[in-house]
Design a protein around this ligand. Sequence first.
Ligand code: G4P
Length: 242
Amino acid sequence: MFLPRRLVAATIKNHKLSLIYVPERDSFFFSKRFPRRLLKAVIIPFRKVLHMRAMEEKIRSEGTVLPGGILKVGSFLNQQIDSVFLKEIGEEISDLFADEHPTKLLTIESSGIAIAAAAGMIMDIPVVFAKKHKTSNVDGEIYSAEIHSFTHGNDYQAVVSRDYLLPDDRVLLIDDFLASGNALEGLVKIVSMAGAEVVGAAVAIEKKFQGGGDKLRSRGIRVEPLACIDSMTDSDITFCHL
Ligand code: G4P
């Protein structure tokens, strides 16, 4: 079955089909028996583009840029949660990282929790979240890392109980924003204290101009944003395509 480009985006997303692009016809051929090696080379990058576009569209339609390089996404991520879209975010994270076979998702309170929970439900694995202060309900032995928040200009401790990260865990880090990368760096430290392995980091929105994503990538960590922002002004947002 040959289909024009526009139909493909919707079809592949809804039915998780594989496809082969046929340049001479500028169309795609669907196949459920697509060789795995080719699938990785062709389909996964294609789906990655689709994933990014969904988040980009959401940012374009509902996001606003505040002074100081802050993107306000309170209508679907940071205060009100768009539950239907959240489920899609979970599916997208699962699509991107299922191959790494994570055994735990690790995020930090508060806005990362919803995203991680959505992905955890799809991937069928537990979600652990670092608390920003040691509270009475984090008892016993803990792992902790000091994190500097560039956006808020303060320092805080991220704390995880030792009971929830084990040396044989393969940990996928999740967060809503990746800006300077300090929160994720703190989580990387916590995972290494536990003797576990970081298999990657999935973030809803990377602000590439703040450099945190590239710092993590230069250390060999696979970082996948669902939308990546190159630059933003009051009137325009430019997305990067990795
Ligand atoms: P970093 O972790 O990448 O270094 O980022 P930074 O310290 O600068 O970010 C601190 C907090 O600000 C984080 O939330 C982060 O999600 C949020 N943040 C960073 N840039 C933006 C932005 O452009 N828009 C919005 N809406 N948030 C941004 P937090 O303080 O941990 O709060 P929360 O998770 O409880 O919401």
